[in-house]
Design a protein around this ligand. Structure first.
Ligand SMILES: Cc1cc2nc3c(=O)[nH]c(=O)nc-3n(C[C@H](O)[C@H](O)[C@H](O)COP(=O)(O)OP(=O)(O)OC[C@H]3O[C@@H](n4cnc5c(N)ncnc54)[C@H](O)[C@@H]3O)c2cc1C
Length: 448
């Protein structure tokens, strides 16, 4: 049986991982040159506990189970996750009522060990909070990862499990041909089952097969601060506002401090610019909860990600015939991805009588360390960079997403040339042909 997955974001890759346990040929079509270049690259990276969404939503159905699965997946795939737990902090009486509501909702969603903390306990547990806080909901199963690691880890595991990747392959059409679907990327190939996991463009893909839902981009902006600027004991949320989870303050597993996002409806699905208004909103709101935030001028960088929003604000999961949609994956899509994958693999197994493969590889090996230090800020070694390139990183940014090189205080000012040299050697291409990302040249003329 041949399965095509459109989109190498976290949802498509997770689906491929569960399906690769069976005796099927899986092909992933991705319009970019690497995995995880869409929404899965720029988000808050939280593995939510699962108390946010009303029990009747599809999001709630998959969030809590996704959280459970990430505890295992992160180990098998060697993805660092900081399982600190989430606190949702109330600043007033309404906030206190809200956290009670969230606790009840979480219990209906089967989220374990939720606790309400009073003001005194909260300030003892998280002394960096404003003295004006009144209490919090504590969800110990919440965690945070560097979100860009997960697609890469899945990719490497999928390659070991025989999944075939077609990069730079934009799907431009789908056509029913008897009991198969022809996927058109310029080349045409027929598949028994096509899974649409195209993120912001899942509406466009679905339209080829007669569906008419729409995906709207909603922008979220962030600040990233260097390690050790501020260390927190928990992932800190305000109480939800206007249907969003609000501005989060968190340390990622590597120790950087991240604050964001806001939620801004926009029209352009490619507009990842940051704005003065958006960043002001993020900084001011974060400061209300943690007054000792470092000044904005200390920020390493600012960035934005785009949510795939739908009219009814829920995931769109349809498994009709041999064309399946995994669309509208707004938050908590990262968290839910393994659970959605588990669900669709079970459906595929039952509908197509799939047999288990014997040689399925669950674990991904980590990168060897050794040789010269290439990135001083992050302590990344030459062997790690070489291994990243050998496993498929073809640009400087692809090396960054695999090793953290260039992510530190110098933001690549010192290590970029060293990384370029290694890419050039490993790939056997001239130094000046090494790109930052596809189409973005670093060196414009030959170095003498
Ligand atoms: C600001 C923000 C914060 C968030 N925070 C969290 C969080 O803390 N926790 C959480 O659980 N979730 C969070 N999310 C949600 C999470 O990031 C998404 O649910 C998830 O990344 C969606 O993954 P995806 O695979 O559906 O989409 P994507 O990652 O966008 O992948 C889709 C892929 O399809 C490719 N593609 C598109 N069209 C085509 C085509 N025609 N042919 C071939 N390829 C195509 C794209 O290039 C892309 O690589 C957040 C989202 C945002 C924006």
């Amino acid at each position: 049986m041949k399965i095509a997955i459109i989109g190498a974001g976290i949802v498509g890759l997770a689906a491929a991982r569960e399906l690769s346990k069976y005796d099927v040929d899986i092909h992933i079509f991705e319009k970019n040159e690497d995995v995880g270049m869409g929404t899965s690259k720029a988000n808050t990276g939280i593995i939510h506990a699962g108390f946010d969404d009303p029990p009747e939503t599809i999001r709630a159905k998959f969030c809590q189970r996704g959280n459970e699965l990430w505890h295992r997946w992160a180990q098998e795939l060697s993805i660092p996750v900081s399982w600190k737990g989430e606190i949702i902090v109330a600043r007033d009486y309404d906030g206190l009522k809200k956290i009670e509501e969230l606790k009840n909702r979480g219990e209906k969603n089967k989220v374990p060990s939720l606790e309400i903390w009073g003001r005194k306990k909260l300030l003892k547990k998280e002394p960096k909070l404003s003295s004006e806080v009144q209490g919090a909901l504590f969800a110990p199963t919440g965690g945070v990862m560097e979100s860009f690691f997960a697609p890469v880890a899945l990719y490497e595991n999928l390659v070991d499990n025989g999944v075939i990747f077609h990069f730079n392959s934009e799907v431009k059409g789908l056509d029913e041909k008897g009991d198969k679907i022809e996927v058109d990327t310029g080349k045409k190939e027929k598949f028994d089952l096509v899974i649409n996991a195209a993120g912001l463009y899942a509406d466009k893909i679905a339209r080829f097969m007669g569906y008419d839902f729409e995906i709207f981009p909603k922008k979220g902006e962030y600040f990233l601060f260097p390690k050790i600027t501020l260390q927190l004991n928990y992932i800190i949320f305000p109480t939800p506002l206007n249907g969003t989870k609000g501005v989060v303050i968190e340390n990622t597993p590597s120790g950087t401090l991240m604050i964001g996002p806001n939620a801004q409806e926009i029209e352009d699905k490619e507009d990842k610019s940051t704005t003065e208004e958006g960043l002001n909103f993020v900084y001011e709101n974060a400061k209300k909860l943690v007054p000792s935030l470092p000044p904005r001028s200390k920020s390493l960088r600012q960035f934005a990600g785009l949510r795939a929003e739908t009219n009814d604000r829920d995931f769109i999961i349809t498994l009709d015939g041999n064309f399946w949609n995994l669309a509208g994956m707004r938050s908590p899509g990262l968290t839910a991805a393994p659970a959605i994958a588990e669900f669709i693999a079970k459906e595929a197994r039952e509908r197509y009588s799939l047999k288990r493969r014997e040689n399925y590889v669950a674990r991904r090996s980590t990168y060897p360390r050794g040789g010269k230090i290439v990135c001083d800020c992050e302590g990344v070694t030459e062997l790690e960079v070489r291994e990243a390139v050998r496993r498929g990183a073809i640009t400087v940014e692809a090396v960054k997403r695999r090793t953290m090189a260039t992510m530190g205080s110098c933001q690549g000012a010192f290590c970029t040339p060293k990384i370029m040299k290694i890419i050039s050697e490993e790939r056997g291409i001239p130094y000046e042909k090494v790109e930052l990302k596809k189409g973005a040249w670093i060196v414009h003329s030959k170095i003498r």
